[in-house]
Design a protein around this ligand. Sequence first.
Ligand SMILES: Nc1ncnc2c1ncn2[C@@H]1O[C@H](COP(=O)(O)OP(=O)(O)O)[C@@H](O)[C@H]1O
Ligand SMILES: [Mg+2]
Length: 241
Amino acid sequence: MISIKNVSKWYSTFQVLKNCSAEIKKGEVIVVCGPSGSGKSTLIKTFNGLEPFQRGEIRINEQSVSDSKISLSRLRTKIGMVFQNFELFPHLSITENLVLAQIKVLGRSKDKAISKGLKLLDRVGLKMHANKYPGKLSGGQQQRVAIARALSMDPIAMLFDEPTSALYTEIINEVLDVIVELAQEGMTMICVTHEMAFAKKVAHRVIFMDQGMIVEDNRKEDFFAHPKSARAKSFLAKILN
Ligand SMILES: Nc1ncnc2c1ncn2[C@@H]1O[C@H](COP(=O)(O)OP(=O)(O)O)[C@@H](O)[C@H]1O
Ligand SMILES: [Mg+2]
C-alpha cells in the first residue's frame, strides 16, 4: 500500500533522510522508533505529502505522491495523521472539529458529517463531550478526539507521531487502547512511539531509525529478541530500563 524507495531529504546542507526504503502492506502495523532527531517525524510526514523530499519515490497504492496530477489535499485525507499535540481547533467545539474537514474537503452534507463525527466520538468514548471546547477536555480526551477526527475522513491508513508523548503516564493507556483496537480491526498504521509494550502488543514490524537512516526493519519478534545493529541494541537497553 505504501512503498518508499531511496528517499533522501535535505534541509539546505543538512541531510535529514538518507536513502530510506520500506514497504508497508495493507493491514500492517509498523512501529517506528529511534533516538530524538533521527528523522522519524520527517519520514512519516513524507508519506502523506506533508514534507517534500528531493530524491527517491513514495507510492501510495501505486500512485506517486510527487505526481503533480494528484491533489495533495486529497492524499492527506486518505492518510490520516495524528500528532503529539492533538492540534484541535481551540475555537471550535468538539463536534465542529469533527465535521469541518468532512464538509470542506470531502464535500459531505452537514447532517452526514455530524452523524459520522458523533458515531466516531462515541467510539472513542467521548460522545457526552460533543458540545464542549477542546480546552475543557484532558490531553488524553483531546487526543482521542483527534483520532476520531482523522477517522471521520475514512482514511486508508493512519500515521501517528508520538501520540502519547505529551500525556501523563496515567492517561497514556486510554489513548493507546483506541489505537490497539484500530490495529486489531485491520487498519494499516505507522506509529512513531517509544511505548515498547504497545509495540510488542500490536506491531507486525519495527523500523528503527538513526541519523536519518532506516537502520533496521524487522519483524517485531526479531527486533526485540535479536536487534542486529549495536545502535538498536543500545537504544533498546536504554528504553526498556
Ligand atoms: N524545518 C527544519 N529545518 C531544519 N532542520 C530540521 C527541520 N525539521 C527538523 N529538522 C532537523 O531534522 C532532524 C530530524 O528531525 P525529526 O524528523 O523531527 O526527528 P525525530 O522525529 O526523529 O525526533 C533533526 O536534527 C532536526 O533538528
Ligand atoms: Mg519526532
